[in-house]
Ligand binder design. Structure first.
Ligand code: GLN
Length: 251
């Protein structure tokens, strides 16, 4: 990390439903409250993605918008190079689907960026509502101890391949896929309760909220990874409003 923490907000003009842009704001605010200089770097559709930002946020989006996002991110290659170099990436909902191998949107199967070993088909019924999980603590998320909370709103049913691990085990809501999408799989139990994905430096989830407002420990984990330190090395922040929000929303 240079003197200033740079937070990449990817394609907010096409990906950013349900206030997911707020994830970048939360990262910047939690950095600044600790006296760390931090700036948000917005990258719009058609613009080159710088590969040396400290952390990247990719939000959710509508089907047609996420096709445009996938095409741009594949052609540009900057986000892939950043993730390959170990820079942390947070992806939400359509962002998760776009970073997978392929996804279904607007009645066709679309190539994804390929950063997550996951394919997304369609569910019969849209998953809408509160979503809770227990962190799996796989890979880059090993330091997470707090339950995760958010809300979901998606038609996509995401099945993880062996290269990706779930971010959490569902305690409330649907998560990556419903029973109909997971019932035929040999590892159906793991898939049925899977929420999100962890692979290399990428953390992906179906949780809106914004997820980092509702899960400060996840925000701090991303900040710590962006700074190249352990989560425990970050000075704790006492923010009663955030604690109250979690208390209200946790199942
Ligand atoms: N369009 C995708 C779906 O419905 C993603 C939606 C979202 O990002 N909330 O599955």
């Amino acid at each position: 990390m240079a003197d200033r923490l740079t937070i990449g907000l990817m394609l907010p003009d096409v990906l950013g439903t349900y206030g997911d842009d707020g994830n970048a704001l939360v990262l910047r605010q939690r950095a600044r409250l600790r006296g760390i200089d931090a700036e948000i770097h917005r990258v719009h559709l058609g613009e080159a993605v710088p590969e040396t930002l400290d952390v990247y946020c990719v939000g959710g989006g509508e089907d047609t918008a996420q096709i445009l996002a996938a095409e741009h991110l594949i052609n540009d290659g900057g986000l892939t190079r950043a993730a390959d170099a170990g820079r942390p990436v947070l992806a939400i909902c359509a962002g998760l689907q776009v970073l997978g191998e392929s996804f279904r949107a607007s009645d066709r199967v679309v190539d994804g960026v390929g950063l997550i070993d996951a394919t997304t088909a369609s569910m019969q019924i849209r998953a809408i509502g509160e979503l809770g999980s227990t962190p799996t603590r796989e890979g880059i998320t090993a330091e997470l101890t707090e339950p995760l909370t958010g809300f979901e709103n998606h038609m996509g049913a995401t099945i993880l391949g062996p290269g990706a691990q779930p971010l959490g085990t569902v305690t409330q809501g649907v998560g990556n896929a419903d029973d109909a999408a997971t019932v035929d799989l040999s590892d159906g139990e793991r898939q049925r309760y899977a929420e999100g994905a962890v692979q290399g430096s990428v953390i992906a989830t179906y949780m809106h909220g914004p997820v980092l407002a509702r899960n400060p420990q996840l925000a701090d984990l991303l900040l710590a990874k962006a700074m190249g330190i352990a989560l425990a090395e970050l000075e704790p922040l006492d923010l009663p409003a955030v604690a109250r929000l979690r208390f209200e929303r946790l199942p």
